[in-house]
Design a protein around this ligand. Structure first.
Ligand code: ASP
Length: 591
C-alpha cells in the first residue's frame, strides 16, 4: 500500500531552500529488485564508496560480467597508456576480468557497427566523469546510444559518476550555475533531469531552474559519494550523503523538495509527471546585421526595426512549425528581409564605390551539406532565391556577376533595375563614407563603422531534424566595384551541418573569410567536442578582432546561440518550447 506522509528528517543540508519552497509528500513503497528491466547506478561524483562499487559489480554479474568502460568525458582526446590500463586494472581488481574501453570523439566512428560491437556483448557499462558535453557530442543520437538502450532492455546495468551521471537523463544540464545550460543526454532515465555533486557544489538553484523550464520532469540531485540505484521506476538511495528530488510548482503547489538518504526507496512514477518532456522540435534564429540603432534613436525607429525582424521571424516560424523544411523557412525569412528597405539586403542595399548595388547571398543545407550562392548580382530582386537555384539546379556552388545574371534569366527569376535597391538613407551614408575615405583611405575597417551594416541571415532546425542557414547582403558601404564579402562564401558567412550546427555571420566580411568563421565553429564542435556556445565565443573573441561582427547559430539539438563583438546585433529567435525574442539593443534574452 502506498502511504503519503511528509518527509521530516534528513533534511538539514536543504533547509534554506525548503523554507521558501514546498516539501514533497513522500510515498513509501515496497521494493523488490527486478533485474529484467535493467539497472542504472547513478553516482553523484566525489569519492566512490565500496558500497556503491560493490552494488554495481553485483548488478553487472560479478566475475561473469562483461564490462565496457566509456571514459570519453575526460579531457584526453585519445586515451594514452598508462591511463587506459589503469582504468581496466581498477575494475579487474574488483573482480571484473572482462573489461574493455570504448572511446572516440568522432560521431562517424561512434556510428560504425564495429565500434559499438563490445556494447552488444556487454552485461554492464560504466561511464566515468569529466564534462558531460564531451559525452553528448560524441554519442547522443548515434549507434552507441541505441546500444546502451538495448543493453538496459536485456537487463544489463549502466553506471556512471559525475558527468557519467548527468548524461543519463534526456534533458541534460551541461554546465552553468545557478543558471543552467540545457542540452541533450542519452535519455537512459526517462522523465528526469539529473544533477551531480549536488550539495557539495551548491547546485540546488540550478536544478530548480532546470525543472522550472521543464516542469514535466523530476529533478534528481545526487550528492558526492552517494548513488541512486534505479530499476524500472523504482529507485533506492545508497552511499554516504543525500539525494534530493525536485518537482515543479503547479497551480498553488510550490516547488517540491524531498531529501532522501541511504536506504530510502521510492517509485519515481509517483514524482515524474505523466508526459515525457519533448526535446526542442524546431528552432529559428534571424539576424538583421551587426550594429544597432543609435542611443538617441526615436521610438519609431526602434519599432520599425523590431517590426521588420518580427515579420521575418513570423514568416519562418509559421513554415517550420507546420512541418515545412528548414531550407524553405530560411529562404522565405530572408526574402522578407530583402524586401524591407531598412536592411542591407535586396531593397535597401548599400552603395558600392561606383554608386551602384552589388548583392551577395548564400544558402546551405545541413542534411546534404550542399549549398548555393551568388555574388555581385545587380538586377536580381531576391538574391537568396537565386542562390537556392544554384544549389538545386546546377552542379556548382557559387555563380558571380554576369554569369549569375545569365543564370537568373534562364531560371526566369524576378529582375529589377539596379536603382530599385537604392534608398535615401543608404545614399547619405555612402556619401559620408566616401568623403571620409577620400580624405583617409582605410585598409581595414574600424569597429566603429559597424552600425552601418544591416546584412540579414537566418538559421533553422526543422521538425525533421534538418538544419539550414542562409545570408544575404549588399556588402559594405563604398566597397570596391567587384568586391565580394563573406556572405556568399560557404564556411565564411554561412554554414550548416546536421552533425553540428547551422551558422550565419555578419560583420567585416574580409575578417570572416580570413578565419573561415562559420566552418571553424562547426569544426570545433565536431573535432573538439565543444558546445556551440564555446566554439562561437572562441572564434569571435579569440580569433577575430573586437568589433568585427557576430554570428547567429543553432546546434543539432535546437539550442539557439548568438555571439557578437560589434556594438549590438539585430536579432530574433523562436523555438518549439515557446521562446520568442526580438532584440535590438544589448538587452538580455529571455532564455
Ligand atoms: N559581412 C558582410 C560583408 O562583408 C557585411 C555585413 O555583414 O554587414 O559583405
Amino acid at each position: 500500500m502506498i502511504m503519503s506522509k511528509p518527509i521530516c528528517k534528513n533534511i538539514l543540508p536543504f533547509i534554506p531552500l525548503i523554507l521558501v519552497l514546498g516539501v514533497i509528500a513522500c510515498p513509501s513503497i515496497s521494493y523488490a529488485a527486478d533485474k529484467s528491466q535493467g539497472s542504472l547506478v547513478i553516482v553523484g561524483g566525489g569519492e566512490q564508496t565500496d558500497e556503491i562499487t560493490d552494488r554495481f559489480v553485483e548488478l553487472a554479474g560479478g566475475a561473469e560480467a562483461k564490462l565496457v568502460v566509456i571514459p570519453t568525458a575526460s579531457s584526453d582526446e585519445t586515451l594514452p597508456e598508462p591511463k587506459a590500463s589503469a582504468i581496466t586494472e581498477r575494475w579487474r581488481a574488483r573482480g571484473i576480468e572482462n573489461t574493455v574501453l570504448l572511446h572516440t570523439r568522432d560521431r562517424d566512428e561512434a556510428n560504425r557497427n564495429e565500434f559499438s560491437a563490445p556494447l552488444r556483448e556487454a552485461t554492464a557499462v560504466w561511464i566515468s566523469g569529466g564534462a558531460q558535453t564531451r559525452l553528448a557530442s560524441a554519442y547522443v543520437g548515434t549507434k552507441v546510444q541505441t546500444e546502451l538502450h538495448a543493453l538496459l532492455k536485456r537487463g544489463g546495468v549502466i553506471g556512471g559518476t559525475s558527468a557519467g551521471a548527468a548524461i543519463q537523463s534526456g534533458v541534460m544540464i551541461e554546465n552553468g550555475n545557478p543558471v543552467p545550460n540545457i542540452g541533450r543526454g542519452l535519455d537512459l532515465l526517462p522523465n528526469a533531469i539529473i544533477d551531480q555533486h549536488f550539495l557539495a557544489r551548491n547546485r540546488g538553484n540550478r536544478l530548480i531552474e532546470a525543472i522550472r523550464r521543464h516542469p514535466n520532469l523530476v529533478g534528481i540531485g545526487i550528492d558526492e559519494a552517494t548513488a541512486l540505484v534505479v530499476q524500472g521506476s523504482r529507485a533506492e538511495v545508497i552511499g554516504d550523503s543525500y539525494v534530493v528530488l525536485v518537482t515543479a510548482a503547479k497551480g498553488d503547489q510550490p516547488t517540491g523538495i524531498l531529501t532522501m538518504r541511504k536506504g530510502k526507496k521510492i517509485d519515481l512514477k509517483e514524482f515524474a509527471p505523466k508526459q515525457k518532456s519533448k526535446p526542442i522540435e524546431w528552432a529559428i534564429v534571424v539576424h538583421g546585421g551587426a550594429g544597432s540603432v543609435r542611443d538617441d534613436a526615436s521610438d519609431e525607429t526602434v519599432q520599425a526595426w523590431r517590426n521588420g525582424l518580427k515579420k521575418a521571424l513570423d514568416q519562418g516560424k509559421s513554415i517550420v512549425e507546420e512541418g515545412g523544411t528548414s531550407l524553405d523557412a530560411v529562404a522565405a525569412t530572408i526574402r522578407v528581409l530583402e524586401d524591407n528597405p531598412l536592411f542591407n539586403a535586396g531593397k535597401g542595399a548599400v552603395f558600392n564605390s561606383a554608386g551602384e548595388h552589388e548583392l551577395d547571398a548564400s544558402i546551405m543545407d545541413g542534411k546534404t551539406m550542399d549549398g548555393g550562392a551568388v555574388a555581385g548580382v545587380s538586377t536580381v530582386r531576391n538574391p537568396i532565391g537565386l542562390a537556392r537555384l544554384v544549389m538545386e539546379k546546377t552542379r556548382h556552388v557559387l555563380l558571380s556577376g554576369p554569369g549569375a545574371e545569365q543564370f537568373a534569366t534562364e531560371q526566369k527569376v524576378e529582375r529589377t533595375p539596379n536603382d530599385y535597391f537604392s534608398t535615401e538613407r543608404r545614399r547619405e551614408s555612402w556619401e559620408r563614407v566616401r568623403e571620409k575615405e577620400a580624405k583617409k583611405p582605410t585598409v581595414r575597417l574600424s569597429p566603429a563603422q559597424a552600425w552601418q551594416y544591416g546584412t540579414v541571415g537566418c538559421v533553422v532546425l526543422d521538425t525533421h531534424g534538418n538544419l539550414a542557414a542562409g545570408t544575404s547582403t549588399g556588402g559594405l558601404t563604398n566597397k570596391k566595384f567587384g568586391r565580394i564579402g563573406d556572405s556568399p562564401i560557404l564556411g565564411a558567412g554561412t554554414y550548416a551541418d546536421n552533425q553540428t550546427c547551422g551558422v550565419s555571420a555578419t560583420g567585416i566580411g574580409e575578417q570572416f573569410i580570413r578565419h573561415s568563421v562559420t566552418a571553424q565553429i562547426s569544426q570545433l564542435m565536431r573535432h573538439r567536442g565543444w558546445t556551440l556556445k564555446r566554439s562561437a565565443e572562441y572564434v569571435l573573441n579569440e580569433q577575430l578582432n573586437k568589433g568585427d561582427g557576430g554570428v547567429i547559430a543553432i546546434d543539432r539539438f535546437g539550442k539557439i546561440e548568438w555571439v557578437y563583438t560589434s556594438p549590438g546585433m539585430f536579432r530574433a529567435a523562436a523555438d518549439s518550447e515557446g521562446r520568442y525574442d526580438i532584440l535590438i539593443r544589448d538587452e538580455e534574452s529571455s532564455d
